[in-house]
Design a protein around this ligand. Structure first.
Ligand SMILES: N[C@@H](CCC(=O)N[C@@H](CS)C(=O)NCC(=O)O)C(=O)O
Length: 230
């Protein structure tokens, strides 16, 4: 099974933070893989073959041999267990739990940041209006959590790099790359994380221009920019 081919399905804009997380892990673990894009704007994720394999109709999806899996943190945990020579989660059980907690939190909370600072800011250089009060509250919460977890002068959260570092840096960069005011300790940390070759490989992928109109499913009333990437 370990030797089976690995195939990663990502969004066609290469703007999904969740797809990026898996892509970075595959590179960090130096696993050969093929990549295919799924055109979310044209709802290719709803095509029967993709929908049935992924179960969730979302990207990313990993196919390893005949096993298909979606949900990015489930995928990265699977990869870490299947290919355990080099790890992308802390070996210490408590730090590993903390890294998983952070990943789960980044994927389930902070919705105002995700809505008001889509990954278009990060990958297409878009700029956004000032944060709403709800956005400011979420940003403060993010800074407080990041500062609590990041020791003074540390480049990584838990000693060695782990995938939660990339996820946290992405969330911080939604604000930093828009020019929002972020504590300098966190901008230094995010810049260090962003310079990792595995991250830069994702950043440097050739992106097609953004389509003018996409699903407004998660667009907020009064919002002019649509968040394509949650
Ligand atoms: N919790 C999921 C989130 C995945 C997700 O939201 N993917 C978005 C792109 S960033 C997607 O596929 N959207 C298409 C849709 O929901 O129709 C994960 O971590 O993989």
């Amino acid at each position: 099974m370990e030797q089976s081919r690995i195939h990663l399905y990502v969004d066609a804009q290469f703007a999904s933070p969740y797809a990026m997380s898996v892509f970075v892990v595959l590179h960090e673990k130096q696993l050969p893989f093929e990549i295919s894009t799924v055109d979310l704007g044209n709802q290719a994720n709803l095509d029967a073959s993709y929908a049935s394999a992924s179960l969730t109709q979302r990207v990313p999806m990993l196919v390893h041999g005949d096993f298909a899996l979606s949900e990015s943190s489930a995928i990265t945990e699977y990869l870490d267990e299947m290919f355990a020579e080099s790890v992308v989660y802390p070996r210490d059980i408590h730090l590993r739990a903390r890294a998983r907690q952070l990943q789960a939190w980044l994927r389930s909370d902070l919705m105002p940041i995700r809505q008001e600072r889509s990954t278009e800011v990060v990958f297409f250089g878009a700029s956004c209006r000032p944060l709403t009060p709800a956005g400011q509250v979420a940003a403060k919460k993010l800074y407080a959590v990041a500062e609590a977890l990041l020791s003074a002068g540390a480049s990584n959260l838990f000693g060695d790099w782990c995938v939660a570092d990339t996820d946290l840096a992405l969330m911080l960069n939604r604000l930093i790359l828009n020019g929002d005011s972020v504590p300098s300790r966190l901008t230094d940390y995010a810049a260090y994380q962003w310079a990792k070759p595995s991250v830069q490989r994702w950043v440097d992928l050739p992106r097609p221009p953004l389509p003018d109109v996409v699903s407004a499913e998660i667009n907020e009333p009064g919002q002019t920019r649509i968040d394509r990437s949650a």
